[in-house]
Design a protein around this ligand. Structure first.
Ligand SMILES: [Zn+2]
Length: 248
């Protein structure tokens, strides 16, 4: 499978990146994981605007889902459309959240999306086997494990340290893990990971490679976050960049 980072800015768009969105492709199937602000722009650079086969939204914080609202226009009002609904796997409440954020008085968006509520467990999705589990964040949030052809991509979504994260990431070839904070900052509990904590999770889960994401450019230090993660994980550590592609 191939991962393309469409956006990796934490919490709000950065000067060089949209918010969280990751395109994962295998066997011609395109799965979009999270759809944060600005990522619809990036999607058009790396795939056809109508070529997304399914969307998985890990939680309903705006920095992970708002472009699912913009995408309603793309599919509903296309000159050669409307396009048929595509599946959206998301926490409970996603249909109402996306519809109301799209427009306060336009009604549901089920002509655009067919919603499936996420629950901890595994399910097939196109060529992928998907496993999701609840991670530790203030709203209902799912970490993701994607398997295809014997290879594993794990994605933390937003979380503080938790056992579910380690189970999802166990032996992953690539661990895409948030690192919003640095040690010594004011890190509220049960919210996010520091670079060191991301490295520790990577070590405990024995992953092959760690890719840090969700750094908050305006508040943090990319170099310090990388160093903190590297101090806790002996394997390769990189910081996600928009447009970066990884063959997994
Ligand atoms: Zn969040």
């Amino acid at each position: 499978m191939r991962l393309t980072v469409l956006g990796c800015a934490g919490s709000f768009p950065g000067p060089d990146s949209a918010c969280s969105a990751y395109l994962v492709e295998a066997e011609g199937f395109r799965l979009l994981i999270d759809f944060g602000p600005g990522s619809l722009s990036a999607l058009q650079r790396y795939a056809g605007i109508h070529s997304v086969d399914a969307i998985l939204i890990t939680h309903l914080h705006c920095d992970h889902m708002l472009d699912a609202c913009s995408y309603v226009v793309v599919r509903r009002y296309a000159p050669d459309g409307p396009y048929p609904p595509i599946p959206v796997y998301a926490p409970a409440g996603a249909p109402e959240r996306i519809a109301s954020a799209y427009s306060p008085d336009n009604g549901p968006v089920d002509d655009v999306y067919t919603f499936y509520g996420l629950q901890p467990g595994s399910f097939p999705l196109g060529p992928f086997s998907v496993t999701v589990d609840r991670v530790n964040h203030p709203v209902e949030t799912y970490g993701v494990r994607l398997e295809h052809d014997g290879r594993v991509l794990a994605y933390s979504s937003d979380t503080s340290p938790c056992d579910a994260l380690l189970r999802l990431a166990q032996d992953a070839d690539l661990f895409l893990c948030e690192a919003s904070y640095l040690d010594g900052e004011d890190n509220p509990p049960d919210l996010h990971l520091t670079g060191r904590e991301a490295g520790e999770a990577a070590t405990k889960a024995a992953v092959g490679r760690l890719l840090l994401t969700h750094l908050v450019a305006a508040w943090g230090s990319e170099a310090a976050t990388h160093d903190a993660a590297s101090s806790a994980f002996g394997g390769r550590v990189d910081v996600a960049r928009p447009g970066a592609r990884y063959q997994i």
